[in-house]
Design a protein around this ligand. Structure first.
Ligand SMILES: Nc1ncnc2c1ncn2[C@@H]1O[C@H](COP(=O)(O)OP(=O)(O)OP(=O)(O)O)[C@@H](O)[C@H]1O
Ligand SMILES: [Mg+2]
Length: 317
């Protein structure tokens, strides 16, 4: 499976270019899914159809969906609180449901759930998945999360190991450790295989390692979508830096909405100058990366046909 991520500032054309790319893949008979991970979705608008919260068939080889992030957060927290209640039975006394609202709005949860969503999509049977991403800051934190998570999971595993070792020491002296929870006698696990917390940590770590590998793999294509403007250029450099930090290859740059005018009116001369300057600087700065220039089109590309035109004229070559 190949994965494609289109990253960039708001309004630069991530949705248009990612959906045009997906339409192009599908026309080549590659079984493709396009996913919008941006909570402020506009994929449905580009495709001219409602794809919110469900996977919808767009054409023979193309499916599309906008992830319902709010629902995902609630589902994820419910699942976690169930797991925690089963693992730590005393939590039913603590009533963790009370903390739901706080957790729902806690920092980082959106990135976390976005990563979970990516993980789930990767398990589906597609040959290509194209991701239209949220604003840059969130996307970059999502990319960093697997690597960071492996580091802190390792620390948690070490802590858990120390707890289990202490339990074994107690067991050696006093025999199996038991506790009574809700009138029921339960044995407290003291070895890694029986300990659900340790098993959860191992399984989580293994998931995060797989994601790190996927993000760094040669089958993962990350493109920056940007415009020939100073601020967008600065952001592109920051994106490249963050990708490097996480061992993620930058595949290409789409320089969108490039104004091509024969005789520009005086009001636009400054803008045209800036465009040229930024394009030149970009070519120098990103000398080893393909920069694809896409002009500002006469009308917003909407619907499969217009997106395919966009793909054929400016993306495929
Ligand atoms: N090359 C182009 N020529 C003309 N209009 C374009 C071009 N690319 C994108 N647009 C239009 O610009 C607007 C913003 O594009 P798009 O929605 O693809 O950007 P985005 O990066 O996904 O934005 P957001 O961050 O809001 O999700 C849309 O109306 C889109 O149709
Ligand atoms: Mg968009």
């Amino acid at each position: 499976m190949k994965t494609y991520f289109f990253v960039g500032k708001g309004g630069v054309g991530k949705t248009s270019i990612s959906s045009a790319y997906a339409v192009g893949l599908a026309k080549k008979r590659i079984k493709t899914l396009i996913v919008s991970l941006d909570p402020a979705h506009n994929l449905g608008d580009a495709l001219n159809m409602d794809v919110f919260g469900k996977i919808v068939k767009v054409s023979d080889f193309l499916d599309a969906t906008e992830v319902n992030i709010d629902k995902k957060i609630v589902d994820y927290l419910s699942l976690m609180s169930e797991k925690m209640k089963n693992t730590y039975r005393y939590l039913s006394v603590l009533n963790i449901d009370r903390y739901f609202d706080i957790l729902k709005n806690s920092p980082g949860i959106e990135e976390y759930v976005t990563l979970e969503a990516i993980k789930e999509f990767l398990q589906l049977d597609y040959d290509a998945i194209v991701f239209d991403t949220p604003p840059t800051g969130i996307t970059l934190r999502v990319f960093a999360m697997p690597r960071i998570s492996v580091i802190w999971t390792n620390s948690l595993i070490e802590m858990r190991r120390r707890i289990l070792t202490k339990r074994q020491m107690v067991e050696n002296v006093k025999g199996p450790i038991k506790d009574v929870i809700n009138g029921e006698e339960v044995k407290i696990p003291s070895n890694e295989k029986e300990d659900p917390v340790m098993q959860e940590l191992f399984s989580y770590k293994s998931d995060m390692i797989k994601l790190t590998e996927r993000f760094s793999s040669l089958d993962n294509y990350v493109s920056i979508v940007t415009m020939a403007e100073e601020l967008a250029f600065e952001e592109s450099k920051r994106i490249r830096g963050a990708l490097r930090e996480n061992n993620i290859r930058l595949s290409s740059i789409y320089l969108n909405k490039y104004l091509e005018i024969e005789n520009p009116p005086p009001e636009l001369l400054g803008k045209i100058e800036e465009q040229k300057r930024v394009l030149e600087e970009m070519k120098k700065e990103f000398s080893n990366i393909e920069i694809k220039k896409i002009p500002l089109l006469r009308s917003s590309p909407r619907g499969i046909e217009a997106l395919y035109q966009l793909y054929q004229n400016y993306i495929s070559n």
